[in-house]
Every structure is written in C-alpha cells, then in structure tokens.
Ligand binder design. Structure first.
Ligand SMILES: [Zn+2]
Length: 287
C-alpha cells in the first residue's frame, strides 16, 4: 500500500506548522495597507527570472529559510535516516549531477550549499524545504528503476526552489489571512494567486487563518516537472525516464483517486502526458 505518491507535499504541512502566527487587526490592516507597510518585509510582486512568472512574494528567501529551519531539524530528529551507505552515496551522486545540470541551465548558483537527507521509511515521496534542504525517502528509491528516474525526482524538487513555489504559497496563505482586501490586491497582481482567488473569496477574509493549507497548485507541480526535465537534460540523464516515473506512480496509485479536475494535484498520467509533450517540443528526445 502506497502512502503517498505525490512527492513534494511533505514540505507544506511541515513548514506551515512552524510558520509564525500572524494576527492583524482589521484596523491594523487598513492602516498598514494605506502606509504600504502591513509587512515591513514586503518584497511585493516580482518576476521570476527563471520562469518569467509574476509572483506575489511577501517573504524573502532568508526569512522563509529560517522559518523552515525548525521543521528540518525536527524532521531529521524524528525520522530515521538510512544507514545504507550505498543507497545514500547513490542518491548524493545523482543529486550532485542533477544540481550541476540546474547550474548549467543558469537557474542555480554554483556556490549554493545543499543539505540532502535520505530517510529510511517506505514513503514514496521526496520534498524540498526552503533553505536548500532536500529529503528523499527510501520508498521512492525502491519504486524507481534507474538513476535517471531518481534524477527526475530530484530535478522536480529543484524546480520548486527555482520557481520560488514555497515563498509564493506562504505569501498566498498570508494574503488569505489578512483578508479579502489584501487578497483582492494580490489577486490582481499575481498569476498564481489568481488561481486561488475564488477559494480565498469563498472562505472570507476574517475567517481565513494563516495556517490554511494550500497544497502546491497544479501549475507549480507541472512547472517543477518541466524544470526538472531541463536539469536532467543538462546533466546528461535520459529525460524519457521522467515520463516512465509518472507511469510507475500511476500504476502504484491504488484506491479511489479523486477526478483530476477536482484535485489540486495533477493526475500522474496527465503529468506523464505533459512531460512527453514538453520533451518533444524541446527536442530533448522523440517519444
Ligand atoms: Zn512537487
């Protein structure tokens, strides 16, 4: 029985559980908005150089990294890491080659430091936390058939970092908490947030708590998949294996799965299809 087949989810609950609770009075919000200082650290809307997306970013990379520090420490304290040095070495080697692919693509600074852990559980999962912390579970390495598929997983996680998906999600949650008013401003200025606009509207301003869990959107997942393929290609891995990975995920998926349109997580086979189209369009391979 597979517990999780959508890698990347772990981070969400982990980080938000440790996020500082921000409570703002309505009056404070109105005054803050007027003064442009609800968040003294607002970096506002920015265009992501790697993806070209317009994003609402209320937090800087350093802030969000320090918020995740506790979650990462807890994670490592509570979850056993593999004692299989062969497995660990293999994952680290694939990581090294994949991240060099991202550097070659011009998306990652070669001087960046990363902390990669291989956890000894059956979870078919992997995740990335802000601050360049990457977790891979033994379970996903057992599902995969080759190094190329593991590279696909690691490239996907790197894609979340490059896409600044964590910072954007945190910003969306925060905007939801400060309410409809901030939400409407943000919706108008962010591609990603506009996808959540109706949800935020339906929940209503004051009722929305900071801790509301918004999973990575389909857009984020698909974008991370595609960025991952770019890095695999640069690293010299077989990009076709990314498609195969999602076919394996689909085959592993047991029990009732909500229809894809109802879920924020793309269906594995849809991901395989999207990747096939992307790989052909980029001319990486013909499949
Ligand atoms: Zn993901």
């Amino acid at each position: 029985m597979t517990r999780q087949i959508e890698f990347g989810e772990k981070f969400d609950s982990e980080l938000l559980a440790h996020a500082p609770r921000v409570r703002l009075s309505r009056r404070g919000i109105i005054m803050g908005l007027a003064a442009g200082s609800v968040f003294p650290f607002v970096s506002g809307c920015a265009t992501n150089a790697a993806t070209g997306d317009s994003q609402l970013l209320l937090f800087g990379d350093d802030q969000i990294a320090s918020m995740a520090a506790t979650a990462w420490t807890d994670m490592k304290a509570q979850t056993p890491q593999t004692s299989n040095s062969k497995l660990k070495g293999r994952v680290l080697n694939i990581w090294d080659r994949t991240i060099k692919g991202a550097v070659k693509e011009g998306h990652i600074n070669p001087n960046d430091q990363w902390d990669v852990a291989v956890f000894d559980t059956d979870d078919v999962n992997a995740f990335v936390m802000p601050g360049n912390r990457v977790g891979v579970y033994r379970g996903i390495t057992e599902l995969t058939e080759n190094d190329d598929q593991i590279s696909s997983v690691l490239g996907h996680e790197t894609g979340h970092v490059v896409g600044k998906h964590a910072a954007e999600r945190m910003s969306v949650s925060t905007a939801a908490q400060v309410g409809l008013m901030a939400g409407q401003i943000a919706v108008a200025s962010s591609d990603e947030l506009s996808k959540y606009g109706s949800t935020i509207g339906a929940l209503g301003g004051a009722a929305v708590q900071f801790g509301v869990i918004l999973p990575y959107s389909r857009k984020h997942e698909l974008q991370a998949d595609k960025l991952g393929v770019d890095y695999m290609h640069q690293a010299g891995y077989d990009v076709k294996q990314s498609v195969r990975l999602w076919e394996l995920m689909a085959a592993q998926s047991t029990g009732a799965r909500p229809p894809e349109f109802m879920s924020t997580h793309p269906d594995p086979l849809r991901r395989a299809d999207e990747l096939r189209t992307y790989i052909n369009a980029r001319g990486y391979a013909l499949i």
